[in-house]
Design a protein around this ligand. Structure first.
Ligand SMILES: *[C@@H]1O[C@H](CO)[C@@H](O)[C@H](O)[C@H]1NC(C)=O
Ligand SMILES: *[C@@H]1O[C@H](CO)[C@@H](O)[C@H](O)[C@H]1NC(C)=O
Ligand SMILES: *[C@@H]1O[C@H](CO)[C@@H](O)[C@H](O)[C@H]1NC(C)=O
Ligand SMILES: *[C@@H]1O[C@H](CO)[C@@H](O)[C@H](O)[C@H]1NC(C)=O
Ligand SMILES: *[C@@H]1O[C@H](CO)[C@@H](O)[C@H](O)[C@H]1NC(C)=O
Ligand SMILES: *[C@@H]1O[C@H](CO)[C@@H](O)[C@H](O)[C@H]1NC(C)=O
Length: 300
């Protein structure tokens, strides 16, 4: 009887272990499959480009991830819309970033393409774009706003033949319009619009920076000014004056409506709460004191 029981237990434990192995391997396979679908291996036979539409438009921001890439070349992309629809991390104070959606041939946005010079850079950009999966954009949807004869550097970085263009597309679990919890933040808008102004100035384009605003959806959602020194932004914000002028020309009420996110506001609101708390503590202490004093002195 005892022997039978032992055997039974051994079988039970082994099936458990087997199940665990099967489950772990299938979870690992699922994860591997998801990863392969999210970051497909590029075709090694053709040039690899990334299509930037948010902070990657800004050379300094792009450089922080990987400086050794081709220069930003301005393009207009049809069949996609650019939206504030990528929720950041749920931890701590958060924000909504830009994303793109597949739309129809009447929808377009302006961005940049830049050439990757090595495989490592692709891995670095995949790591940077943590809320996104990488997708191919067909060449016929991309219209170049300058041609390769601009100068020697551009010519060297201009796509030839069957180049592949990758765009970062929001992962389904991070999709969502801005909200009080995930507002648009000015410092991100600053990086984006400074990039647009940079491209317009670099290539002497007309209307490029304005198209950055008009071909982006979602500006009407909650938006806060989180600049470090919001009343003298030029100290910390590159191209602050041009950005503010550009914003004002499209959203005349912006500076009345987009509030400065300041601690003072929260202190003020909290004052009520903390006053209540202080009074609460005071009453609690008094109560404890009475409890302690009464038995000792026996006066009440
Ligand atoms: C970005 O990096 C490139 C290559 O290292 C460099 O030539 C360029 O000056 C950098 N630009 C900015 C704005 O950081
Ligand atoms: C094209 O897509 C945009 C954005 O999704 C949408 O607003 C518009 O109605 C669509 N147009 C047509 C013709 O389907
Ligand atoms: C892109 O090109 C199309 C066709 O020329 C034009 O209608 C559209 O306004 C352009 N979009 C942007 C954002 O530049
Ligand atoms: C070509 O133009 C780009 C963009 O204006 C600039 O970054 C680059 O330095 C220029 N190269 C030469 C060789 O003039
Ligand atoms: C920029 O454009 C203006 C007007 O279109 C033209 O007069 C000027 O020469 C251009 N500058 C460069 C550097 O191409
Ligand atoms: C502060 O408390 C009072 C009374 O409870 C309330 O009427 C008022 O709205 C509160 N103010 C704020 C800013 O929360």
């Amino acid at each position: 009887m005892r022997k039978l029981e032992t055997w039974f237990n051994i079988i039970l434990v082994s099936t458990g272990i087997l199940d665990l192995i099967v489950l772990t391997t299938s979870a690992a396979t699922e994860k591997g499959k998801y990863e392969a679908e999210c970051h497909p291996t590029p075709n090694s036979l053709s040039q690899v480009y990334i299509l930037g539409y948010g902070s990657l438009l800004n050379t300094a921001s792009k450089n922080t991830t990987y400086p050794n890439t081709g220069i930003n070349i301005p393009v207009n992309v049809t069949g996609f819309s650019r939206n504030f629809n990528c929720k950041g991390t749920p931890v701590g104070h958060s924000t909504t970033y830009l994303g793109v959606d597949v739309a129809n041939s009447t929808t377009s946005f302006n961005g940049v393409v830049f050439k990757l010079r090595d495989y490592q850079s692709l891995l670095e950009f995949d790591k940077r774009e943590v809320f996104y999966c990488r997708k191919l954009v067909p060449l016929e949807d991309i219209q170049f706003l300058i041609d390769k004869s601009w100068n020697a550097t551009v010519e060297q970085d201009f796509p030839v033949g069957n180049a592949q263009f990758w765009i970062y597309d929001v992962k389904p679990e991070f999709l969502g319009w801005p909200s009080e919890r995930y507002p648009i933040v000015q410092t991100y808008v600053d990086v984006f619009l400074a990039g647009c102004i940079e491209i317009e100035e670099t290539y002497n384009l007309t209307g490029y920076k304005d198209a950055c605003i008009t071909s982006t959806q979602g500006w009407e959602y909650p938006w806060v000014n989180d600049r470090l020194i919001p009343r003298r932004p030029f100290l910390h914000t590159w191209k602050a004056f041009q950005i503010d002028r550009l914003i004002q020309s499209h959203f005349p009420k912006h500076f009345d409506q987009v509030l400065i996110e300041k601690e003072a506001k929260y202190n003020f609101n909290n004052k009520n709460g903390s006053n209540k708390k202080v009074i609460g503590n005071y009453l609690q202490t008094l109560f404890l004191a009475i409890l302690l004093i009464v038995p000792v002195t026996g006066t009440i």
